[in-house]
Ligand binder design. Structure first.
Ligand SMILES: [Fe+2]
Ligand SMILES: [Fe+2]
Length: 327
């Protein structure tokens, strides 16, 4: 009979305590569980931005599908870009379990009301950029996303398991492409080095602003949505990438980069966070182009969505009839 005697406030306190205990035990929060409104909002924002990044991220490399230098490279790249579409799909579905509407999220993206990763606003002038994106950008995505497999929100954590397996393939294909080019001509080696020089700093910016300047981080860490700070993840990426660069035979464009014996980690320079701010606020080299292309793809796909909805409605009608007959 507690339901009739308890005040709504006491009930809410009980739910809130249950939620806190779930987080403290490192168990998962599931869609039907009670959760604080701010937790839900934070997750919707993060998952939506992640989904948008996967979908917008198809563009820089997608440009090279028709220009790939061989059938083998074309099929690898095609598979990779398709994987990114799949990642977007899982993530939009995860956002829907929190009550978000996918159509609305897309509207927010194309109207510039929701963000996506800054990295996809940089151009891909050569085929070496495809390799460097795989190596750096998918590599950075792995650093960011592996800890998300243990995120407190169940559907997001589970989506990340498969996503991370695929990101690992993406990173390898990028690195293998670069290895092949490095074994090629002098011009190919130069092309790889130039792409490395272009992508290194923007890749470090992918981890977001420095810890002291990252407003949402503390709360996300307390809720165990996020497990490591931006600077810690950036450090991991640098430590992982330096030996790979040596093996490949390229130089990372940072004069301050060196091994710190005492820390047992690399020291490195500070990315230009002013540039990051500019790119995030829409002033990067390709922001306008990326969003315009997403908008036109969305508009051109209207007939597909209408046809699918009509088919689903008809199918639902047919099912209704069958049930009636059966009854
Ligand atoms: Fe992805
Ligand atoms: Fe990827």
């Amino acid at each position: 009979m507690t339901e009739t005697t308890a005040t709504p406030l006491a009930h809410e306190e009980e739910l809130s305590a249950h939620f806190d205990a779930t987080i403290a035990r490192d168990q998962r929060v599931e869609p039907r569980d009670w959760m604080p409104e701010a937790y839900r909002r934070t997750l919707v924002r993060q998952i939506a931005q992640h989904a948008h990044s996967e979908i917008i991220g198809m563009q820089p490399e997608g440009d090279w599908i028709t220009k790939a230098p061989s059938l083998r490279r074309k099929s690898i790249l095609f598979a990779k870009v398709q994987d990114e579409a799949g990642h977007g799909l899982y993530l939009y579905s995860a956002a829907e379990t929190l009550g978000a509407d996918r159509a609305e999220l897309t509207e927010m993206l194309i109207e510039g009301r929701q963000k996506y990763s800054s990295i996809f606003n940089y151009p891909t002038p050569t085929f070496a950029d495809v390799g460097v994106i795989g190596w750096f950008v998918d590599g950075a995505a792995i650093c960011n996303q592996v800890p998300l497999c243990r995120c407190s929100y169940g559907p997001y954590a589970r989506a990340m398991i498969r996503v991370c397996k695929e990101e690992s393939f993406h990173q390898r294909q990028g690195y293998e492409l670069l290895m092949t080019m490095m074994r090629g001509t002098e011009a190919q080696r130069r092309m790889v080095q130039e792409a490395v020089d272009r992508w290194w700093w923007p890749s470090l910016m992918m981890f977001g602003p420095p810890d002291g300047d990252s407003p949402h981080s503390a709360k996300s860490m307390a809720w165990r949505i996020k497990r490591h700070s931006n600077d810690e993840l950036r450090q991991r990426f640098v430590d992982m990438t330096v030996p790979q660069a040596e093996h490949l035979g390229v130089t990372l464009p940072d004069p301050e980069l060196r091994w710190n014996e005492e820390r047992g980690r690399h020291d490195f320079g500070t990315p230009d966070f002013e540039e990051l701010k500019q790119v995030i606020s829409g002033n990067g080299p390709c922001n306008a182009e990326r969003v315009a292309r997403r908008r036109s793809a969305h508009e051109n796909g209207a007939w597909v969505r209408e046809a699918a909805a009509a088919h689903a409605a008809r199918h639902a009608g047919d099912r209704g009839k069958t049930t009636e007959v059966a009854a």
